[in-house]
Design a protein around this ligand. Structure first.
Ligand SMILES: Nc1nc2c(ncn2[C@@H]2O[C@H](COP(=O)(O)OP(=O)(O)OP(=O)(O)O)[C@@H](O)[C@H]2O)c(=O)[nH]1
Ligand SMILES: [Mg+2]
Length: 317
């Protein structure tokens, strides 16, 4: 099928295949039970499939759309063998996701017309913001871009240290202040420094935990406003990081954040070691905001540019 052009490096594919292993094992063991002893995709199989998709964290809305597509196909083709079900799922889910085509990247790159390109990374605590920033900075630096980090999560001393560790690992500058200082002030300093250093990309880490949610959202708004004193259209990208291993919780967080603040892209982390990888299918179907990156491990190389076809291909194989 032409949809799955082999444009991906085999190494990337291997990491993805491995990362999705648990999700796949979970899905296919349920699916093989559901089709055991049945040769034809009938109403019972479809009922079971619906339940399996929902319990694999694809989400109810997206599951309904997938089932509808497969029902249409059954009506059209009259006889669909259960042995074809994987292939059909692959095709129909890829088809569904291609309907919400929101500018998909194929490589780590940033728009060239903004320099410095300012990214602000947001999300609740522990989802993988700092780690994602480190991995992303590494990839961008590999592309020859000059990257500067800003430690605007001043809520915990360890948060600043953790970003410092990544800056050292990637060997790039970091702008920071003491714990408890004003995050907006750190962001301001970082943007100024980035402009002075002629940086290509600035990535700002933010706190995921404050005394309450309203505080957090107010702070993010303030950080943005202060950035605009240095670069009037910054931030150019607000990247919301979601922990894929929390399944439906990741959905909820995406809903809440996108309602409270402007988010322009998504990263879904911790897809390795979870059986809830199906959540990415639901998120990329239901949010108008593109999933740009996925985290498939804790290592520096374990961030991938999300490609939905590749993902579906890996998942249903
Ligand atoms: N397995 C796995 N672990 C990850 C991934 N991304 C992040 N982690 C781990 O998740 C934990 C939390 O990551 P952080 O980057 O500190 O998360 P954070 O959002 O910055 O957290 P706060 O600073 O507390 O708000 C760390 O132990 C990371 O190593 C991933 O893709 N896979
Ligand atoms: Mg952090």
């Amino acid at each position: 099928m032409g949809l799955f052009k082999n444009i991906f490096s085999s190494e990337k594919k291997e990491t993805l295949d491995k990362g999705l292993e648990k999700s796949k094992t979970n899905f296919f063991s349920k699916l093989s039970k559901a089709v055991a002893g049945k040769s034809k995709v009938d109403d019972d199989v479809l009922d079971d499939l619906e339940e399996i998709l929902v319990t694999s964290d694809v989400g109810v809305k997206t599951t309904i759309k997938i089932i509808e597509r497969i029902e249409n196909r059954v009506a059209r083709d009259k006889y669909l063998g259960t042995d074809e079900l994987n292939q059909i799922l692959r095709e129909e889910i890829a088809g569904l996701l291609s309907e919400t085509n929101v500018g998909e990247a194929t490589d780590f790159e940033i728009p060239k017309d903004k320099k410095p390109y300012v990214m602000m990374v947001v999300g609740v605590n522990g989802v993988g913001k700092t780690t994602t920033i480190g991995k992303l900075a590494y990839q961008l630096k590999k592309k020859g871009l000059k990257v500067v980090l800003g430690a605007a999560d001043t809520f915990r001393a360890a948060a600043i240290d953790q970003l410092q560790v990544w800056a050292d690992r990637v060997d790039i500058p970091i702008i920071k202040q003491d714990m408890g200082s004003d995050p907006a002030s750190v962001a301001f300093d970082t943007l100024q420094s980035g402009v002075n250093q002629d940086a290509d990309v600035i990535i700002i880490d933010t706190a995921g935990r404050l005394h309450n949610k309203v505080n957090l959202m107010n702070e993010l708004t303030k950080v943005k406003r202060v950035m605009q004193k240095v670069i009037d259209d910054a931030p150019h990208d607000v990247l919301l990081v979601l922990d894929g291993s929390t399944g439906q919780n990741a959905f909820e967080q995406a809903k809440q954040f996108t309602a409270a603040t402007e988010v322009t892209s998504l990263a879904v982390t911790k897809l390795d070691g979870t059986a809830k990888g199906g959540v990415v299918i639901g998120i990329s179907d239901q949010f108008k905001i593109p999933v740009k990156y996925i985290g498939v491990g804790e290592g520096i190389e374990d961030l991938q540019v999300f490609n939905k076809y590749e993902f579906v291909d890996s998942f249903f194989k």
